[in-house]
Design a protein around this ligand. Structure first.
Ligand code: GLY
Length: 347
């Protein structure tokens, strides 16, 4: 089980872990934005290795820079890396730590809601390679994760909505009560102190699933809810030169997969309306798609790496909130019908 600490006193939590772990040296791995805007306020006096910000820099060059930094700063097998940043930093810093001298200990301190609720927990680490996302990586769990909401007030609203979509996903996978609680929370007026307990519940959903299936052989695939259709929306938007945040794509993908759940697995129809109303009220907008995009969307879904064959598109569906069904498939005509309903519900 991963050690997960929920606190808004991040510096204190880091210092305590450093005392507990007794490392030979400590190395903060971060990006330029976090280095400039966040590190000065933390008052931590450790080595710093910083890479350029953004997913386009989650690559072998940045990784090499981190490994070189660790060598130059004298890291040994008893050293400790502390990844402070969003998902790019926690994924890439985790991979650097897991491979440096065959593995040193590391802590994740996520600074975005998306990385707090998803990327920093569960041991997936890696980089993009040859234009493919997360193509190279290993499963390696952080020795500790420190979840706090202190940075969220300076995040753009888009980033908050993006992370909240993953919380909605966890709520749907967990129970009707947890999902309903999330739909009652107005994230646009978020007071981030009251978000922390909701975030804790949400991370615990992921923890429970990952504990049961750390290497994604079965149940962990439930965490792909919303992602088959979501990745297709994300890919299409990128192709049109109008990229959308990952979490928005997931929020839309969840709705498509809820519709499929309704038509194929009796998921209650009132939940579709409730969810669509929430997305509209919170300002998720809607993706720029028409029926002329359906073939492209189906193409993206067919090439999703979760599929075992190109002939079937793999989904996680739900028979009700809290009741996920992994390894489900749908035909092209069922998916097209779901996309039609999706557009009606969101427009
Ligand atoms: N992001 C889904 C997972 O960690 O399995």
């Amino acid at each position: 089980m991963q050690k997960i600490i929920y606190t808004n006193n991040l510096s204190d939590a880091i210092r305590k872990l450093v005392i507990e772990f007794e490392p030979s040296s400590v190395h903060i791995i971060t990006d330029e934005n976090v280095k400039r805007h966040v590190l000065p306020g933390l008052g931590l006096d450790y080595n710093v290795i910083s890479v350029n910000s953004g997913d386009s820099n989650k690559n072998i060059d940045s990784l090499s820079k981190i490994w070189s930094g660790l060598t130059e700063q004298g890291a040994t097998r008893k050293s400790l890396a502390i990844n402070i940043g969003g998902g790019v930093v926690t994924d890439m810093g985790g991979f650097a730590a897991a491979t440096f001298k065959r593995g040193i200990r590391f802590i994740n301190a996520p600074t975005t809601l998306l990385s707090a609720v998803d990327a920093s927990v569960g041991g997936k680490t890696g980089i993009n390679f040859n234009g493919l996302k997360n193509e190279i990586g290993v499963f390696a769990s952080a020795n500790a994760v420190i979840i706090s909401t202190i940075f969220f007030s300076s995040l753009p609203q888009q980033e908050i909505l993006s992370g909240y979509a993953e919380m909605l996903k966890h709520g749907l996978l967990s129970s009707s009560e947890e999902y309903t609680e999330l739909l009652s929370f107005d994230i646009t007026k978020a007071d981030f102190e009251s978000l922390l307990p909701l975030l804790e519940k949400s991370v615990k959903v992921k923890e429970r699933i990952v504990d049961e299936d750390p290497y994604e052989k079965g149940l962990r695939r439930a965490l792909n809810l919303g992602h088959t259709a979501g990745h297709a929306f994300e890919g299409l938007a990128l192709q049109k030169g109008l990229p959308i945040p990952h979490g928005y794509a997931v929020a839309y993908g969840i709705l498509v997969e809820m519709i499929l759940s309704h038509t194929l697995r009796s998921f209650p129809s009132q939940e579709l309306y409730r969810y669509a109303a929430y997305l509209k009220a919170q300002g998720y907008g809607f993706p720029d798609i028409s029926c002329s995009d359906y073939d492209t969307l189906l193409g993206f879904m067919r090439h999703d790496k979760k599929n075992d064959t190109l002939s079937e598109i793999n989904f996680t569906l739900l028979s009700a909130p809290g009741k996920p069904l992994i390894d489900q498939s749908a035909s092209d005509s069922e998916i097209i019908a779901a996309l039609d309903i999706f557009r009606d519900l969101l427009h």
